[in-house]
Design a protein around this ligand. Structure first.
Ligand code: NAG
Ligand code: NAG
Ligand code: NAG
Ligand code: NAG
Ligand code: NAG
Ligand code: NAG
Ligand code: NAG
Ligand code: NAG
Ligand code: NAG
Length: 579
């Protein structure tokens, strides 16, 4: 009887919350904040908890049930804050859970504050429906004893139905403590509208042009024509050696992109197939082509930590021989391209793999970053990994672990001053990408202040490939911490069979249509405006390089000045132009 009343109460509460969130939902905009600080008391639940019942445990543990074999209870801090605890756990999923109803196509943003009774362990949030035994990983955090850490993540529902939200920690001897849980639904339209607002804020600047005659009077009736010559945001595409032989490939590339990475041609296994016989012919020719056409190049890569992707002869070297060979490699390739590259992927995939660490020294990667910086201090030196934004199950490369690895490299002697970059490959498999998870990883890595680039974006073949590609590119472009995007995609004739942008006849595939649409959308279209009676023209400009032409109303004489708008130019900048 008592139970029934509690259930009715929960139901009532549930429908009130739904009503409230139904009313408020249009005003809720996603912020990109994150914190890696561990706090004495947790913050309040984001979005008031969203659709979570009793998110702050003010009502004891109402709305929450045991999952598996744990004991669950509520506790109170000295300051009076209440939270939920799972103890006496025996399996890694044993915890507390709440059932929520997911709707297909809705994006759910998740957050919670987590603490442990002992030590420091990874805690994940799991969305589990009745069919799967493991469930879908929605995010994770390194939780610890003594303070609260923010776990951020989410899920994009690909089916409608109930799921249990629960928490996982491999170490069952620790108690999991949780507070301020939030699950906020967004429709794809709402998500998109937040992205568009963010794009206006982070990719554009409001500029006031002030037009005067030399004697400081206003040229009444004058008009200005504003044209963008080059977009400021690096949106590029990988290229391979086929570009050297195909003018069609060249024309296709040059009419779209400003930045590139050579997919394989700078790699060690390409430039030194046989020990001691370096051959840079192809990489040199590709770099020459890029430079002649104003294309900026990211260097990729000096070393690759995956044992399978070494030059064949490297695999059998002794420690001493390997030491010598790596020193020669780094000197050779970095010196050769000194001053010509905007970035280097120094040790590719050094979170997943450890070829050099295993063979040489636990500090091998860090030493290569220091050595690269010594040889060429200018390029941004990147870590470059896959799955950090694309696969929430891959614990080795979570944003938390990525940040730790980066900090470890930077703390090595000789690395303190390098300009570091965060490279996220972005090789997405088929199926609905989890943009809520992707955003939470970007939010967390964004707290480092280092520029994030998506370096190798691709989406596996899928009936909805173009839609997924668009969702991923929009998510990256709208995120304030992202400074550039390169896709590993291209023409069928060059072997880009994963994400093919044009077919054998250079006609757009659906994915190619998406890329062209976004290039066009993220470009400022030529605009003519009349100078007002104070001599002002106010415009919102995408970052980039512009020509501004002022036309005199009577004489038709004109004057053109160039203008560079970047995020370093403060909003509301006044540009004075004397005619
Ligand atoms: C947890 O397990 C311990 C040891 O098995 C037991 O003594 C204790 O009573 C259990 N706690 C609860 C709340 O059930
Ligand atoms: C589990 O956590 C406890 C408490 O921090 C620690 O002593 C123990 O070593 C951990 N066990 C494993 C397998 O990590
Ligand atoms: C939904 O997503 C999960 C996890 O990615 C996947 O295993 C499952 O096959 C998907 N289901 C459908 C109907 O797409
Ligand atoms: C799982 O849940 C779905 C959706 O509520 C339901 O249709 C299905 O019958 C359930 N399956 C099992 C095995 O309980
Ligand atoms: C200022 O210069 C413009 C253009 O040379 C001229 O048309 C105008 O008469 C001048 N005004 C004054 C007040 O000198
Ligand atoms: C270097 O590579 C180019 C392109 O593959 C090839 O034509 C040339 O013969 C190679 N040079 C040597 C010395 O092997
Ligand atoms: C790695 O570098 C750290 C920092 O310089 C040093 O303390 C440590 O001894 C090094 N370890 C090895 C195996 O060289
Ligand atoms: C693309 O081509 C490579 C190399 O031939 C092959 O291993 C891979 O399976 C292909 N991928 C697809 C999606 O066809
Ligand atoms: C200026 O251009 C307008 C429109 O093209 C034209 O009607 C006018 O005659 C031109 N004035 C002069 C001085 O060339």
């Amino acid at each position: 009887m008592k139970l029934a009343i509690t259930e009715a109460y929960v139901l009532l509460l549930w429908s009130c919350l739904l009503l409230i969130s139904g009313l408020e939902v249009h005003d809720i905009s996603y912020d990109y904040s994150a914190t890696t600080e561990c706090l004495v008391e947790p913050q309040r639940a984001h979005y008031g908890g969203g659709i979570i019942v009793n998110p702050g445990f003010d009502l004891s543990i109402d709305g929450w049930t045991v999952f598996g074999k744990a004991v669950i209870e509520h506790r109170q801090s000295k300051a009076g804050n209440r939270f939920i605890v799972a103890l006496n756990r025996t399996k890694h999923l044993d915890s507390f859970s709440q059932k929520v109803q997911l709707e297909k196509g809705i994006i759910y943003s998740f957050s919670a504050w987590v603490q442990l009774s002992e030590g420091s362990e990874m805690v994940s949030v799991i969305f589990k429906d009745n069919s799967s035994t493991e469930g879908i990983h929605g995010g994770q955090v390194m939780a610890e004893r003594g303070c609260w850490t923010l776990l951020k993540g989410g899920i994009v529902a690909n089916i409608s139905g109930p799921v249990d939200i629960l928490f996982e920690s491999k170490n069952t001897t620790v108690e999991i403590w949780v507070d301020s849980v939030s699950l906020q639904p967004f429709t794809k339209q709402q998500w998109r509208s937040h992205q568009d607002k963010s794009i206006d804020k982070v990719r554009k600047s409001r500029v006031r042009l002030q037009i005067t005659h030399i004697n400081e009077t206003t040229p009444e009736g004058a008009s200005v024509l504003i044209t963008q010559n080059k977009p400021g945001f690096p949106f590029g595409c990988g290229m391979n050696h086929y570009i050297l032989q195909s003018t069609e490939y060249q024309n296709w590339f040059l009419s779209r992109f400003t930045h590139t990475t050579f997919t394989n041609e700078m790699k060690w296994y390409s430039t030194e197939k046989k020990q001691g016989q370096e051959n840079y012919t192809i990489a040199d020719a590709m770099l020459k082509f890029a430079e002649e056409n104003g294309i900026s190049v990211r260097g990729h890569n000096i070393f690759w930590d995956n044992p399978q992707h070494q030059p064949e002869w490297v695999k059998s070297l002794s420690t001493q021989e390997l030491q010598k060979a790596t020193a020669r490699r780094i000197n050779s390739v970095v010196s050769r391209y000194k001053g010509e590259l905007i970035a280097w992927d120094v040790v590719n995939e050094n979170l997943h793999f450890s070829f050099y660490e295993d063979k040489l020294s636990q500090n091998a990667s860090a030493e290569y970053y220091a050595a690269t910086y010594q040889l060429d201090p200018k390029p941004i030196l990147f870590l470059n990994e896959y799955n950090t934004i694309e696969d929430s199950r891959d614990k080795a490369v979570t944003a938390v672990n990525y940040k730790k690895k980066l900090e470890q490299v930077l703390s090595f002697p000789g690395c303190a001053k390098i300009s570091a970059g965060i490279g996220l490959q972005g090789h997405f498999s088929s199926g609905q990408p989890n943009v809520a998870y992707m955003r939470s990883a970007l939010d967390l890595l964004g707290t480092t202040g280092f520029p994030i680039w998506l370096t190798e974006v691709s989406v596996a073949p899928d009936p909805n490939q173009e839609q997924y590609l668009e969702e991923i590119l929009r998510e990256a472009y709208s995120h304030p911490a992202v400074h550039g995007i390169i896709t590993f995609s291209g023409p069928a004739m060059a072997g880009f069979n994963e994400t093919t942008l044009v077919d054998e006849n250079f006609l757009n595939t659906p994915a190619g249509e998406v890329v062209d649409k976004l290039i066009d959308e993220w470009k400022f279209k030529p605009q003519e405006a009349k100078v007002d009676n104070k001599g002002y023209v106010d415009v919102l400009l995408f970052h980039g390089d512009y020509d501004v032409t002022v036309m005199h109303p009577v004489t038709n004489s004109s004057k053109t000045v160039s203008l560079s708008v970047s995020k370093d130019v403060p909003q509301e900048t006044i540009v004075k132009i004397h005619t």
